[in-house]
Design a protein around this ligand. Structure first.
Ligand SMILES: [Zn+2]
Length: 64
């Protein structure tokens, strides 16, 4: 078993709401200082992750 230092870092998650149907989801943040912005479409900046809710909506969560 390989132990990465990263595993010692507590994973921080933030609740976000789907911009289409309002369903809540949680996303893992790179660090706890990070704030998130939810967007309905992809933008050409920033670090982001995509979320697909149970309704099949896909949206982008940006870290800022
Ligand atoms: Zn949705």
């Amino acid at each position: 078993m390989v132990t990465w230092r990263k595993e010692m870092h507590q994973v921080v998650t933030r609740a976000v709401a789907c911009p289409f149907c309002g369903e809540n989801a949680s996303v893992a943040l790179p660090d706890e200082e990070t704030d998130v912005r939810v967007r309905k479409s992809v933008a050409a900046f920033g670090e982001c992750t995509t979320v697909t809710c149970s309704q099949g909506d896909t949206y982008w969560v940006y870290f800022c």
